[in-house]
Design a protein around this ligand. Structure first.
Ligand code: TXA
Ligand code: MG
Length: 315
């Protein structure tokens, strides 16, 4: 791969128009959403989308999420339905991705869907993402802006650590407020949770007013990118650590003695926002084993535990 210069852009109007210009010319531009930083490319440009996989070292062509700022533009790409209406009304813009049947002739590269007949769509809430998407005016394909298998980025600095020399630019919008990827809900068939994330499952079920299947029940419909080892720091990760052992770096939760605390007040929203940032920080400090205190499997805790178990999985 040829080294390219990576521009560190601000969120000023001038820099956003520079970012939009780079994207329009087939460039790769990382940008902040409220979940994590995404690595954006023009979703209609095959060459630009292919470059995403190359830059991330993504081993296979997993399908990507398409981002747009306007509901009408999203409806032009997918076959919409009444359940999509309900959740979009409740949670968009926000940390929710919907998988719906792709419309014939939608101007989206086949590499984005990896040849599937469904498309993942999302309307992010972060003002910088909204402003950039409006400036571009077309669909932007974006996975998380990290090298494949590594921890997702929640700051521009994390993106630069992994992708400098491989992408045209990163737009710096400060830290991500949610800090975990979006919840992915499959609505091409019966409602199915494909990935836990920023919108808790119970909130979705309440709005849908129907049962939401989980992936285990519907193994044939899955988010293909959900491999077991993922979000991996260099350090080994030990979960549900009640007692800490000699030589371990302690990642706590609640009122406990530890090196870094995800949330002293047991606030799961705060813990989600801190999770990837703290894993990045402990890696940078050269931690060898990170022992993580138990996190309740409630609300955002489900997504936190999902990411932690992938970080701890055998590689
Ligand atoms: O919060 C997020 O969702 C972030 C920000 C940047 O928007 N994006 C993100 O993208 O997490 P990525 O590529 O890291 O994860 C996308 C997931 C993958 O597991 C992929 O397999 C799944 O979405 N996916 C994409 N299209 C799909 C489809 N048509 N059907 C099922 N799963 C799909
Ligand atoms: Mg990712």
């Amino acid at each position: 791969m040829v080294e390219i210069t990576t521009e560190h852009l601000s969120a000023s109007a001038q820099d956003l128009s520079r970012a939009a210009d780079l994207l329009a010319r087939g460039g790769l531009v990382a940008f902040p959403t409220e979940t994590v930083y995404g690595l954006g490319a023009d979703a209609g440009n095959d060459r630009a989308v292919a470059r995403i996989f190359e830059a991330k070292n993504r081993p296979s062509f997993n399908p990507l999420i398409v981002h747009l700022a306007d509901l009408a533009d999203i409806k032009a790409l997918v076959k919409w339905n009444h359940l999509a209406d309900r959740v979009a009304e409740a949670f968009w813009p926000g940390p929710l991705t919907l998988v719906l049947p792709l419309r014939a002739g939608a101007p989206v590269s086949r590499l984005v869907t990896a040849g599937l007949d469904t498309l993942a769509v999302r309307m992010p809430a972060a003002p910088v993402a909204q402003a950039l998407l409006r400036e571009i005016g077309g669909p932007v394909a974006a996975p998380s802006a990290n090298l494949s298998g590594q921890i997702s980025p929640t700051r521009a600095g994390h993106v630069l650590d992994g992708l400098t020399g491989r992408i045209e630019a990163v737009v710096d919008g400060g830290p991500c407020s949610v800090g975990l990827e979006s919840t992915i809900l499959g609505l091409a068939g019966p409602p199915t949770l494909l990935r836990p994330g920023g919108v808790p499952m119970d909130d979705l079920a309440e709005v849908l007013n129907t049962r939401v299947a989980t992936r285990r029940e519907t193994d044939h419909i899955s988010a293909p990118g959900q491999t077991r080892s993922h979000y991996a720091p260099r350090a080994r990760v030990r979960l549900n650590a009640v007692d800490f052992e000699e030589g371990e770096t302690r990642l706590g939760f609640g009122d406990t003695d530890c090196d870094l605390n995800l949330s002293e007040t047991e606030d799961l929203t705060e813990a989600a926002a801190n999770l990837f940032e703290y894993l990045h920080r402990l890696d940078a400090q050269g931690a060898r084993v990170i022992a993580v205190a138990p996190i309740p499997h409630l609300g955002l805790g489900v997504a936190i535990n999902d990411r932690l178990s992938r970080a701890a999985a055998d590689r």
